[in-house]
Design a protein around this ligand. Structure first.
Ligand code: PRP
Ligand code: URA
Length: 209
């Protein structure tokens, strides 16, 4: 089973409370998604490699650490994953961005892929797949399988709300993927929505309903 980190921090808990509220408007919803994604990025980059370099401070010579320049890529699952990108870029601005387009068929709840554009050297990069919602887990599992077909080996998955069903499926199908979750919810309802959840993340980010 893949490793999971559930964010348990007052700032995240507060911001998730705001996005669950149906009275939160599009602007604030989008800002909160971006900020939560930034905090999750902070947590999920703890293991980035460092290297030592010699520098001069105004006082003396010393050795400091800097990131070892590992190549990163952020891959949002369209549409809702797009809402997480700006917050992530605040912390890892040199990451390349790829896009995977998927929507859930409303009858079968199975994901349908409609777009894929990845950085040319994706197989060399540490990949952050992002989508606010992990419901049945179908979209995340298929997106990660697609990335593995393109040669990706080091993959993290960041979501904001997960259902127990989706989390277990992702852990089983992709045990090598490190999963970062903002909040683990109670269950999926009969039409595949997370309960208590926040509704349709894409519609709330883009104001389409
Ligand atoms: C939502 C969400 C995930 C997917 C999760 O997207 O953003 O991609 O559902 O559900 P799953 O875990 O059961 O696959 P949706 O299909 O609504 O598409 P959209 O982002 O274009 O609105
Ligand atoms: N997709 C969403 O946007 N919300 C859910 O609750 C489930 C899937």
């Amino acid at each position: 089973m893949g490793e999971v980190f559930i964010m348990d921090h007052p700032l995240i808990r507060h911001k998730i409370g705001i996005i669950r509220d149906q009275n939160t408007g599009t602007k604030e919803f989008r800002e909160m998604i971006s900020e939560i994604a930034m905090l999750e990025t902070y947590e999920s980059t703890r293991d980035l490699q460092m290297e030592e370099v010699e520098i001069e401070t105004p006082i003396t010579s010393t050795t400091v650490e800097r990131l070892a320049g590992k190549k990163l890529a952020i891959i949002p699952i369209l549409r809702a994953g797009l809402g997480m990108v700006s917050g992530m870029q605040t912390l890892i601005p040199s990451a390349k961005i790829g896009h995977i387009g998927m929507y859930r068929d409303h009858e079968t709840l199975k994901p349908v892929e409609y777009y894929c554009k990845l950085p040319a050297d994706i197989e060399e990069r540490d990949v952050f797949v992002v989508d606010p919602m992990l419901a049945t887990g179908g979209s995340a599992c298929d997106a990660i399988s697609l990335l593995k077909q393109h040669g990706c080996k080091r993959i993290r998955f960041l979501c904001i709300i997960a259902s127990p069903e989706g989390l277990m499926r992702l852990q089983k199908e992709h045990p090598d993927v490190y999963i970062i979750v903002g909040a683990l919810d109670d269950h999926l309802n009969e039409v595949g929505y997370i309960v208590p959840g926040l509704g349709d993340a894409g519609d709330r980010i883009f104001g389409t309903k």
